[in-house]
Design a protein around this ligand. Structure first.
Ligand SMILES: Cc1cc2nc3c(=O)[nH]c(=O)nc-3n(C[C@H](O)[C@H](O)[C@H](O)COP(=O)(O)OP(=O)(O)OC[C@H]3O[C@@H](n4cnc5c(N)ncnc54)[C@H](O)[C@@H]3O)c2cc1C
Length: 483
């Protein structure tokens, strides 16, 4: 009996006819040969954390959990180390194995360590201050089709355009079996919360704190930077690092998010509630740290990851080139203020931009429709050597660092948020070349995405070479990538 599969965000559901868990690579290849058919769709399942329909498939879903999910560290002369990592391994286990096998870490990862390695790579999952994890993949083993022989085989891509395509491929370059990364020694991170007067002040801290992320606090519209950098050689973890971890878990991850989730359920006065939360409660929760300028030094993976999956939420993230981040932040702020207000007129600060995009009637319809309920996060992402990742795929030498602007709601009524996301994604694509994260809410269609990704056609060619019948495509990839 086919079983319905739901993603973590509970906004995507699908019922594959078959879920296959191959015990060996040979059986996987035999299975792929059986399904080498343009009418069938075969997709791999990661940890189901994507909010987009990137994984959805009503035909065949492959669970690679039966194959090797181990971490194999190799040491080279000169102290260099690299690892071959089973694609379906979870980031948390991978980080702890790398540590155990010689004190290493991954060059980048997202804030949630429950994600699978292959899922993280497939959608170019990122943190702040580095490129996305996909960029650091130095070798890929994948099962896909050999066009000349019309059968499935294992590919190994260690360089060239095939590797660039496979690094962030949304599952379209076949089933990833294992991924290779150059390793870095694990390190201690120093973190400090600092108030900022403006986004310019937050951006100026970038040089001193290259791993920082910063926030626009809704309804108080103040800026807060989580200043982060590698701790100097020889430093130890702070003696109170354990207390800070508990504070963060209990006060921020549990208490704050519990209050927030509860407030989003209020049938009325939501704006007043959010106003009170961010003007009065939130400063109290973070105040002691801000006032004392407390610095915490701890192992990087402990500070860079959060139990962000304790409470259900929905997210869209837009990547804008660094030169546009100030204007983009102002636009987001003004749109969210307007959508959560009863202002009769669109503010003058937005009018000029709306004339360029033609979105004024749509914005007017969104007036008083949605009260934004979560901090807007800004993360700096360095350019990737990929074809279609959100911070990669630029042509020639024009590689651009980007800021990922994240919009999250904890409201279980998704529709008002989705309508605002759609407006912002369309307008910001035109104004700031903003690209939506593939694994989060992605409201744009193929035409708009084609303009944002100059190497999309090259990506499609690479997919065609290893999957001539389009078996690894689904509705999402056809609609978004025009495959
Ligand atoms: C609470 C939360 C926090 C998050 N934090 C971040 C963050 O900090 N930064 C960020 O960038 N993103 C973040 N994300 C988004 C997340 O990183 C991506 O959506 C990621 O793809 C999810 O990984 P997954 O293992 O759940 O993969 P899934 O959602 O299961 O799959 C994602 C894609 O990967 C493909 N895939 C999976 N395994 C394979 C394989 N073996 N071979 C080929 N294709 C495969 C799937 O087919 C699908 O297309 C977060 C999501 C949540 C819910």
């Amino acid at each position: 009996m086919p079983e319905t599969i739901e993603n973590w965000g509970r906004n995507v559901r699908f019922t594959p006819e078959e879920v296959f868990k191959p015990p060996t690579e040979a059986e996987l290849l035999a299975f792929l040969n059986k399904h080498n058919n343009p009418d069938r769709s075969v997709r791999a399942l990661g940890a189901k954390y994507s909010w987009s329909e990137v994984v959805a498939c009503n035909d065949v879903l492959i669970d690679l959990g039966g194959l090797d999910t181990g971490v194999h560290v190799h040491h080279e002369a000169g102290g260099k180390a690299w690892a071959e990592i089973g694609a379906n391994g979870r980031v948390k286990q991978v980080l702890s194995e790398l540590d155990r096998q010689g004190g290493y870490t991954l060059p980048a990862y997202g804030i949630l360590d429950a994600l699978s390695i292959a899922g993280s790579v497939a959608t170019a999952t990122h943190g702040s201050g580095r490129a996305s994890l996909a960029h650091y993949v130095t070798g890929v083993r994948a099962a896909a089709y050999d066009a000349a022989r019309n059968e499935a085989r294992i590919y190994e891509w260690n360089d060239g355009i095939e590797l660039q395509a496979a690094r962030c491929a949304l599952g379209c370059m076949g089933l990833l079996l294992s991924l290779r990364f150059d390793l870095e020694p694990r390190f201690l991170l120093e973190e400090q919360l600092q108030k900022c007067e403006s986004i310019s002040e937050a951006l100026k801290k970038q040089d001193e704190y290259p791993l920082q992320q910063f926030y626009l606090v809704p309804w108080s519209w103040r800026w807060l930077a989580q200043c982060r950098r590698r701790a100097e050689e020889g430093r130890n973890a702070s003696w109170y690092a354990g207390v800070y971890r508990w504070y963060r878990y209990i006060v921020v991850e549990v208490v704050f998010h519990k209050i927030l989730t509860w407030l989003t359920k209020l049938p009325f006065k939501k704006r007043a509630a959010m106003y009170a939360l961010y003007r009065w409660v939130f400063p109290v929760l973070t105040l002691s740290f801000l006032k004392k300028g407390l610095k915490v030094t701890d192992r990087a993976e402990r500070l860079l990851t959060l139990s962000h999956d304790l409470f259900q939420h929905l997210e869209m993230e837009l990547f804008v080139p660094a030169e546009h981040v100030g204007d983009a932040a102002e636009f987001v702020k003004e749109v969210l203020r307007y959508c959560g207000s009863k202002l009769p007129k669109v503010p003058s600060s937005l009018r000029e931009k709306l004339e360029q995009t033609g979105g004024r009637p749509e914005l007017e319809r969104l007036r008083n429709s949605y009260v934004h309920d979560y901090l807007i996060t800004f993360r700096h992402v360095l350019p990737d050597e990929t074809l279609i990742s959100m911070s990669g795929g630029d042509k020639g030498d024009e590689k651009k660092a980007r800021y990922a602007i994240s919009l999250i709601t904890y409201d279980s009524d998704h529709y008002p948020f989705l309508a605002v996301c759609r407006f912002l994604a369309v307008a910001m694509a035109k104004l700031f070349d903003a690209r939506p994260h593939w694994g989060k809410i992605c409201p744009l269609g193929a035409g708009q995405l084609e303009e944002l990704y100059p190497r999309l056609a090259e990506f499609r060619e690479q997919c065609l070479a290893v999957d001539p019948k389009g078996v690894f495509q689904n509705e999402f990839t056809r609609q978004k990538l025009g495959c």
